[in-house]
Design a protein around this ligand. Sequence first.
Ligand code: PEP
Length: 256
Amino acid sequence: MTKALVIGNWKMNMDYVEAIHLVQQLGVLVRGQTLDHTEVAVAPPFVDLRSVTSVIEADRLPVVVAAQHVHSADAGAFTGEISVAMLKRLGVKYVLVGHSERRSLFGMTDAVVSDTAAAVTQGGMTAVICCGETFEERELDRTTEVLQHQLQIAFSKINTKNCDRVVIAYEPVWAIGSGTAATTEDISLACKAIDSAIPSSWPTKPRILYGGSVNSENCGSIVENSPVDGFLVGGASLKADDFSAIVGITNACYRR
Ligand code: PEP
C-alpha cells in the first residue's frame, strides 16, 4: 500500500532553538496519533538540520527530515551552497527540488532543477520535484503545457533505476501563501498532466503531493476528492497543532 506523505516546509523561519522546540511539540502530537499509512517530514533551514535530526533520534519521534534545497555538484567552489553528500550524512531523506521560490527569487532554471533531481536521486535521497503554473499561465489555459514542460526536463537526467526516489509536488504559484487553495478539479487536471509527463520506462509511478494554502479545513476534501498522495505545507507547518491536524486528517482520509 502506498503511504501518504505530508511535508512541512518551514522556509526561512525558526532558528535552531525554535526548531528544536517545534519538532519536539510536533513529534509528541504525531506520536499520539495512529498513523498507519502516513509519513511525516519537516524541512527546516539548513542550519537547523543537525539539531532537528538529533532530537528526532534521541526522542525516537515518528518524523523524518527533508532539506529545502541542495546543489547538484559533489563539492567545490560554490560559496553558500550545500552538497547531496552533506545532507545524506545528516540523515536527510527528502530534498525539495525547484520550489517556486527558488525558481522565481534565485534564478533556478529547469536545467538546474534537472541536474539537482538527478544528483539527489543518485545520492540515495528522494527528490521532491516541485512544479506549478503562475496565475498568468493559468489564465492563458497553459497549465498542462507548463507542467509537462517543467517535468519532462526535471525527469530527463534521472536514471530509471532511481525512479522510486521521486515525489512530485504540484504547487500552483498563485496558491502558495495566498490563502486560496486550488480546487479538487484543478488538482485532478494537474495530476493528469503530471501523469502524462512520467517516462513510460519508469516501472513505478511517483507519489504526487499538493501544495498551496493547505490547512486543516481543506486537506481532507483534497485528499479524498483528488488523486494526491499528501501535501507540501508552508505556513500551516509552523504551528505544531495545525500541522499535526493536517497529518491526522490526511491519514484518516487517504485511501490508496
Ligand atoms: C509552499 O511554499 O510550499 C507552500 C505550500 O506554502 P503555503 O502552504 O504557505 O501556501
